[in-house]
Design a protein. Sequence first.
Length: 452
Amino acid sequence: MRSLFTTGNSCARRGVMLALSAFGLLTALSPTLSAQAAARTFSSAASHPLYDGVARLDPETRTLEARWRLTVPAPPAEQVVLLLNDSLREVQITGADVRAVTRSTQRGLARFEVQLRHRDGARTITLDIAALGALHISDEGINTVRADYVELGLDSFWFPVLEGFPDIVGTVRLVLPSALHVIASGEVTSVRDTTMIRSTVPLPDLAFVASAQLTSTAAGGVSEGTVHVRTHHTTASPALVDAMRGVAVQCAEYLNARYGRPQPLPPVELVLPSRTGPGYARKHYIVVPIGEWQGPADSARVRAASQTGFLCHELAHFWASGADASGADNWVNEGFAEFVAGRAVRTLVGADAWTSTLAQWRARATRAGAVWIPGRTSRPDANASYGSVPWLLAQLETRVGETAMDHLLTRFMTEPWRTSDAVLSLLAEALAIEHVTWFTDALQRPRVGATP
């Protein structure tokens, strides 16, 4: 594969990395998107960091060569922290806003503290980043780089990730062997060996899957309110693909009908890789591993129905997001998405599935620490966010009734209540004080699932 850098020894390569203008290289490879055009394209998302990059990945050697220009809202502390895959040994971070860069290793990641020059009245800062190395892929089962299959997302840190994992927008031109077809968390346009991924829905990730065997199937109704769902798979059973798409459509339409005004779901991309291990999602981009399962249509429908809660939870994050994912308010994102998904299960699958969901929430809540304590800055544990919060919301629904809960959830999902204090203020506006007091007290108790 062609190299973005000149050949030669390591010192010569570093010289090239220092000398080349990152954005000049981007413009040379893809002249259709200038800095001004990028700014216009994403002006509606000006509060989000804007990425513009080109990355060349050789799956045979896992060698990644990349250049990025990041335009980031000016931080108050005149410092930003970037995280990268630690195997990217040759990294340069430059730009007029950069005063100094310090690299360290933390939890297996390369951590770059970028000290910024002071500029009175600056609203944004710009960083030019060049990186080179052979990606290290952990064995957790999500990220993969093989000659015939590539799957990379946030936790591979293949691109420079801002500490705190804020939602981002932007464009990356991804250079891969031309035989690999790409599906990604953004809009995809491919010409020969270069795929442009354009992310207009703010997400914390630039996730993609690439495979020579990738089969994509578009689906979407023609009636008003129908959400388009596209499936992408390699060797999946057609019956299972159809059944999974059907569940995703049900979830999407259930959520869209309730929370889709004024911001409806975009088309959903459902990826069904033939691997085991964890699934994940980025709002409308959902990955559900299905292994090598093959079977009849009735078994496929049962298998797909078991994923209703997961699919509805992840699609609910299209609205239930925006709280600090690495801080004390993360329960706002996860707990509400989980409860909304559980209510979808109750409607779409039935009472028995709802009873089972309640039991799972309560079991987790029995092992959980406190969800929220005033002044605490650390992130609550997973059992608190995914167990205690939906369990408490279910009890709150029993106290106030389904109609009142419908109204509360509609306001939460469609209005900017994205901190712990804001959610409690919303409850105070919507519910009687005795219910707000009960819920606030319960958030501060550990093991609430053990309470009768």
